[in-house]
Design a protein around this ligand. Structure first.
Ligand SMILES: O=C(CO)[C@H](O)[C@H](O)COP(=O)(O)O
Ligand SMILES: [Fe+2]
Length: 231
């Protein structure tokens, strides 16, 4: 999908709940993707971890390609890798529509964000809970989206860290057009606070995949709660 159309679609209310496939059944990946799409998902979140930037290894291009084959929905790839510049092109070739790199992984994210945009994908920058918004001020003009992590990256099913909410509020006051995403510990108890603070993109892993498919009830309930935070 073209960059502009994805941006417009994702900015449309209600807020977007993105299933994080980290905790899905990889033995039945295509079926899981289709089940989540049938449940009403508007985009997917894929967690690429390299065992170096974070203390865990997940998957790379082949899984992004497999999700691309199973669905036409936008794919948001969260790159928890030490050398994002080396893999951005391949991730986009595999089917990523949004590429999120970590501010902590590079001295200057700007050339990588430019490269992502040049390739026609949405450029996104993530910050870990201890990283302040000021650390990415120079890169903000090149960002379509900012991801505020509400856990230290590496694993699903961790406890939500509310420090991300202050950063969402600060970013929203700086730029009204920026897509804002939050990831980590987002569930029925925390999701309304996230949208109240300005997030439109809510990544949810364990709160969807801890129950077996179909996922329609949990996705609808999370979307309802997310929308209630914007009222
Ligand atoms: O980036 C991530 C972990 O680093 C995942 O997207 C996130 O943790 C999703 O899982 P949960 O909703 O269970 O926290
Ligand atoms: Fe993630």
């Amino acid at each position: 999908m073209p960059r502009r159309r994805i941006l417009d679609e994702l900015r449309n209310p209600p807020p977007v709940v993105l299933p994080s496939l980290l905790l899905c059944d990889f033995g039945n990946l295509a079926a899981e993707v289709k089940a989540v799409e049938a449940a009403g998902a508007r985009a997917f979140h894929l967690d690429v971890m390299d065992g170096n930037f974070v203390p865990n290894i997940t998957y790379g291009m082949p899984i992004v390609e497999a999700v691309r084959r199973a669905s036409d929905l936008p794919i948001d790839v969260h790159m928890m890798v030490s050398k994002p510049a080396a893999f951005v092109d391949e991730i986009i070739d595999a089917g990523a529509d949004i590429v999120t790199i970590h501010a902590e992984a590079t001295d200057d994210p700007r050339p990588i964000l430019e490269q992502i945009r040049k390739r026609g994908a949405l450029a996104s920058l993530a910050i870990n809970p201890p990283t302040p918004v000021e650390a990415i001020a120079d890169a903000l003009p090149l960002c379509d989206m900012v991801l505020c992590m509400s856990v230290m990256p590496g694993f699903g099913a961790q406890q939500f860290e509310a420090v991300a909410l202050d950063k969402l509020r600060a970013l929203r006051s700086l730029r009204s057009d920026l897509l804002l995403e939050i990831d980590g510990g987002v569930n029925a108890s925390t999701i309304a606070q996230c949208t109240a603070a300005g997030a439109q993109m809510l990544v949810v892993g364990s709160a969807i995949f801890k129950k077996p498919a179909p996922y329609a009830d949990s996705l609808a309930e999370l979307t309802r709660l997310a929308a209630s935070g914007t009222q």
